[in-house]
Write a protein that binds this ligand. Structure first.
Ligand code: DAH
Length: 360
């Protein structure tokens, strides 16, 4: 067998034995590289006599082409083998149930759940979400809301005060979410349509009160907003939130310094021992305060009450959560007891939405 036929056989074996692309590359270099075996043979052509060269020239070129082709073919095979192996190991059966993980065992607190539910409902009605700081100044928490110093409403709020500042004023932990109304109206021109959920604080603690609790505030300011809009928004909200088709509601006259007229809203319910059922029965349960924004509040934020008017409402989120999910004791909300959270919490993948269901 001639030299180059022998080499062709050897190279063929080496190429087929190459187990991956790196091994194949090594074979290629050892054959076709500068000092490769075929290249060396090519160089020897120069020292051959013309007759011999006539035969060997084409033969060596043929060998070179053959080897190049064999390498290219082997490359294809190795590539698709590697791809198959990867597809095999990265196989994902999307129909399998979720594996236990932090995502499936963690629980969403009922307060967060209810906040998300409320945000989904008002979001659907075209309200934006607004936020304000937990630490407020006197102007936003009281004065701008038509609660001047010495106003009796200040005593009712059991306010947590910070120490005196240089100018003698004292910051407070906000006693309600109503200051976000003021921040919204001073941040830009009307119309406004916002809800503002968040933490609120009062120096009060018993079975139904905790020093920190949650409220959500609503505010709509426009040129033709009236009490009928307020009633409709609240009725639609209550039906969506309690996931019932009809709900009995009662609007009672009340007093808040920042609204005129002011109303308190009760929903119809049935009390069965410790249980309260919304949407049936002849009892009433107060769930929120509301009213038309007081003209003085509008003036305080440079809005002309002759042109603009609107309504506001505020409700306690913790109470709504207790009601909807039958949770008896408010204090347990803030005790961080994992057993309680596992029982009353929600899975993190059930994101409340009106089309997908609020609480499922
Ligand atoms: N800020 C009131 C409170 O904490 C709740 C409230 C009542 C808010 C009437 C309002 C409203 O916006 O119009 O008791």
């Amino acid at each position: 067998m001639s030299n180059h036929e022998e080499l062709a056989r050897i190279l063929n074996d080496e190429i087929n034995a190459a187990a991956d692309e790196a091994a194949l590359e090594a074979v290629r270099v050892s054959a076709l590289g500068k000092k490769g075996r075929i290249s060396q043979l090519m160089k020897s052509l120069g020292s051959m006599d013309p007759e011999e060269r006539k035969v060997m020239g084409p033969a060596l070129n043929g060998l070179k082409n053959e080897v190049q082709q064999a390498i290219a073919q082997r490359q294809q095979v190795l590539y698709s083998q590697a791809l198959d192996a990867r597809l095999e190991t990265e196989k994902l059966d999307v129909t399998l149930p979720l594996q236990a993980s932090a995502l499936t065992s963690g629980r969403i607190h009922p307060v967060s759940q209810v906040m998300d539910e409320i945000a989904a409902i008002f979001g659907d009605m075209g309200f934006a979400i607004a936020e304000g700081p937990d630490i407020e100044d006197d102007f936003h928490n009281f004065t701008a809301l038509n609660i001047p110093p010495e106003h009796p409403a200040r005593q009712m709020h059991d306010t947590f005060y910070f120490g005196e500042q240089e100018d003698g004023s004292r910051l407070v932990l906000r006693t309600h979410t109503s200051p976000v109304q003021i921040r919204t109206m001073t941040a830009g021109p009307p119309p406004h349509r916002i809800v503002a959920p968040g933490r609120t604080y009062r120096c009060d603690s018993d079975q139904t009160h905790t020093p920190m609790f949650h409220q959500i505030e609503g505010l709509v300011i426009d040129k033709e907003t009236h009490l009928g809009h307020l009633k409709w928004v609240l009725e639609e909200f209550c039906k969506a939130f309690f996931e019932v088709d009809t709900i009995k509601m009662r609007f009672r006259p009340s007093h808040f310094p920042f609204t005129e007229p002011s109303l308190e809203v009760d929903i119809g319910c049935a009390r069965l021992g410790n249980e309260i059922r919304v949407g049936e029965g002849d009892d009433w349960l107060e769930i929120l305060g509301c009213g038309m924004v007081h003209p003085q509040v509008l003036r305080n934020v440079d809005i002309d009450p002759e042109v603009y008017q609107g309504f506001a409402f505020g409700m306690g989120i913790d109470r709504l959560a207790m009601l909807k999910y039958g949770i008896p004791d408010l204090r347990a909300f803030f005790e961080a007891d994992l057993r309680w959270l596992r029982h009353y919490g929600f899975t993190s993948l059930d994101i409340p939405s009106l089309h997908g269901g609020l609480s499922r």
